[in-house]
Design a protein around this ligand. Structure first.
Ligand SMILES: Cc1cc2nc3c(=O)[nH]c(=O)nc-3n(C[C@H](O)[C@H](O)[C@H](O)COP(=O)(O)OP(=O)(O)OC[C@H]3O[C@@H](n4cnc5c(N)ncnc54)[C@H](O)[C@@H]3O)c2cc1C
Length: 651
């Protein structure tokens, strides 16, 4: 049993013989258990932040990551890095993630707003965190499939693969102004942070000759910094889904104009979306790229399979301000160890892991702490509250162009396209499938008409809904690969338009199941429980049908709506269908939010935990509000800003 934490010496080496007979991998840590910074989580924010801090050779940085490095076995590496593999298994089914090596295996509480289903909620547990499209395979997988680039036979795959769609797109100026309003800090303004958005990213323009897209993908060069070295790669795949061209024209026809760019502070309109894809080789680029960039730095240590158990907080008995001193963790599930930070502890464990770690460490709502006999360090009612998320669902139609439905049904085609990807970096496996996006803000009169008048108060550039062109069949989202096999067995191909709610009003919670981080927290997103979200879902679904009914889409359609089909007509039918079929877009955020203390926020505008010194939270949980669209750009920006704030605080 480790020693009591209060007044722990900062440098307790040699740890009073507390950790006898440790296996080899732990020895280096024990010879040096004190760093300037300890970062929990090597995910999207944590790995970026740790690398930036370690660029200063005068500081030492330790990162504790509960998962493995996904490049440590070939199958997971292939599943992460082949963009087209993201069509495999985004399933909502809770029974699908046995043996999952690099996913946490979260399942939500029963969702009254989603047909009382318990929905699997994918989250990366590996270097790169949720920015890595991570898959699972059974333990024999690595030796069964010798090529790192050849996907294993699809029927053998458990459908527990989760798929980060790699969409790289920035929020609107108005939504970032909301961050300013909520925090009182003008530094969160889009223009003030534009340089941080650009800093992580090396942008490469689309190769239109290879993509053969028409109209071609557009972008604004001004949204990127030509001098940036990345290490995150942002570009376009060398393949445009044939289906997407029709969707673009259909969206235009219903009044959504083509826009140039999603990365300069406005998004309304339709365009191909840049991806975090590496133009060299066509593979996915994740926040692991920051690990790769820092691998040679002697002052950066990343510990895998290191599960943080709690933050070591020194709470003076004289009532002085508590101070974070380090982190207690288990590595390889073997031994409990302490690592100390002389400057700061930074929690980057994600929207579920961060509130959990704060609560088990004594920072959280009183009822949660008391329920599990956790000693209260700081009563913080906002921890684990205010969870915001996006959801989506899609009608599907039969089409006459190649889609991933063919990839899963035609082994010869799959083999040819695998070779095409591996050798030429061409073909559908280079694509993330949902390559074309549209954002639409509904007029104030339409919003009032449908009973969503509250959304008229949102900044005018904040879209109400997002549409994804999705080649393939979506169905009830339970298992994309298996469902495409089923419906496409006779050679029929499918195309879908996903409707996502990007101005959600429903708020969820993350609460504890026990006082130990080895037990997953309880996730209750409460999707679509707010009546405004329900109205938007109904209206948005009708809009997607209008797009399919456009003249521009008729040449690609070979029949009427296949799913849900003509039986779903009334508003009540539509709502029920949407609720029974929706899936998260995996954008959980705001569970340890930044803002004003008097408004119940947990973090000040510099990401510091109110009431505790030397402790910050930097990841999706720290968002004051969830901007419309896809959050990874915001998380990279947040990590860049946090690194600068931390460096400035210690010079
Ligand atoms: C399937 C999927 C598809 C997505 N698609 C897109 C997309 O196309 N575009 C986009 O912009 N966004 C997308 N997202 C969302 C985006 O990836 C996430 O919002 C983002 O990666 C979250 O970053 P984070 O740093 O907050 O957390 P994460 O990246 O999840 O990092 C948290 C890290 O902390 C580790 N951790 C947690 N608890 C502990 C602990 N106790 N001890 C040690 N380590 C711990 C985790 O293992 C993980 O590595 C997608 C997400 C998923 C899951």
């Amino acid at each position: 049993t480790p020693t009591p934490l209060a007044n722990s010496p900062v440098v307790p080496a040699p740890l009073n013989g507390e950790y006898p007979n440790l296996p080899d991998p732990l020895t280096p840590l024990l010879s040096n258990n004190t760093y300037d910074y300890v970062v929990v989580g090597a995910g999207t924010a944590g790995m970026t932040l740790a690398y930036r801090l370690a660029q200063d050779p005068n500081v030492k940085v330790a990162v504790l990551e509960a998962g493995i490095d996904y490049t440590s076995n070939l199958v997971n590496q292939a599943l992460v890095e082949i963009p087209g593999a993201d069509t495999i298994g985004c399933g909502a089914s809770e029974t699908d993630f046995l043996n999952n090596m690099i996913d946490w295996g979260y399942v939500t509480a029963p969702q009254t707003g989603a047909g009382n289903r318990q929905v699997r909620y994918a989250r990366g547990k590996c270097l790169g965190g949720s920015s890595a499209r991570v898959g699972a395979f059974n333990m024999m997988g690595a030796s069964t499939y010798p090529s790192p680039f050849f996907p294993p036979p699809l029927p053998l795959l458990p459908s527990s693969h989760l798929c980060n769609f790699m969409l790289y797109q920035r929020p609107t100026k108005g939504s970032m102004q909301k961050w300013v309003d909520l925090t009182g800090d003008p530094q969160w303004n889009f223009d003030a942070r534009f340089q941080d958005f650009k800093k992580s990213v090396k942008f490469t323009p689309p190769k239109s000759n290879l993509r053969q897209d028409s109209p071609s993908a557009q972008y604004s060069a001004a949204s990127f910094d030509p001098a940036s070295t990345g290490p995150l790669q942002v570009s376009f795949p060398n393949f445009a889904q044939p289906f997407s061209k029709f969707v673009q024209l259909g969206l235009n026809e219903v009044g959504i104009a083509t826009t140039q760019d999603f990365n300069g502070g406005s998004v309304n309109g339709v365009q191909y979306c840049p991806l975090t894809v590496n133009p060299q080789g066509g593979g996915r680029s994740t926040s692991r790229s920051f690990f790769a960039a820092g691998q040679q730095l002697p002052n950066l240590k990343v510990f895998n399979e290191a599960l943080a158990k709690r933050i070591i907080i020194d709470a003076p008995s004289n009532g002085g301000k508590p101070i974070a001193k380090g982190v207690r963790f288990t590595q390889f599930s073997l031994q409990t160890l302490d690592v100390y930070a002389t400057k700061e502890v930074i929690v980057s464990a994600g929207a579920f892991g961060s509130p959990q770690l704060l609560m088990v460490s004594g920072i959280g709502p009183k009822d949660q702490l008391e329920r599990f006999n956790i000693k209260t360090i700081v009563e913080a009612p906002g921890v684990g509250q205010n969870m915001l998320d996006h959801v989506f669902a899609a009608p599907s139609y039969p089409v006459n162009v190649d889609t991933p439905t063919r990839l899963v049904n035609d082994p010869v085609y799959l083999a040819a396209q695998t070779a095409n990807f591996t050798i030429n970096q061409l073909g559908p496996l280079t694509s993330n499938t949902a390559d074309l996006l549209a954002f639409e803000r509904w007029s104030d009169s339409d919003l009032s008409r449908i009973g969503a008048g509250i959304l008229t108060t949102y900044p005018k550039d904040w879209p109400t809904v997002e549409y994804f062109s999705a080649a393939g069949y979506i169905g009830d989202f339970s298992n994309l690969a298996a469902e495409n096999m089923r419906v496409g067995a006779d050679g029929t191909q499918f195309g879908s338009i996903l409707l996502a709610l990007v101005s959600p009003r429903s708020k969820g919670t993350v609460t504890l199941a026990s006082a130990d981080t080895k037990d997953l927290p309880i996730i209750d997103p409460r999707w679509l429980t707010d009546p405004v979200d329900q109205k938007v879902a109904i209206e948005g679904f009708k809009r997607t049908r209008k797009v399919f009914a456009s003249r521009a889409m008729q040449p690609v359609l070979t029949g009427p709506e296949f799913y849900p089909g003509s039986k779903v007509q009334s508003d009540a039918d539509i709502l029920k269908w949407y609720q029974n079929n929706l899936l998260t877009v995996w954008h959980a955020a705001c569970t340890v939010r930044m803002g004003k203390k008097e408004d119940g926020a947990v973090l000040d505008s510099n990401l510091r935990v109110y009431g505790v010194d030397s402790l910050r939270v930097v990841d999706a949980s720290s968002f004051p509000d969830l901007p419309p669209g896809h959050p990874q750009s915001v998380i990279y920006m947040l990590a860049e800003r946090a690194a600068d704030l931390i460096k400035a605080a210690h010079t």
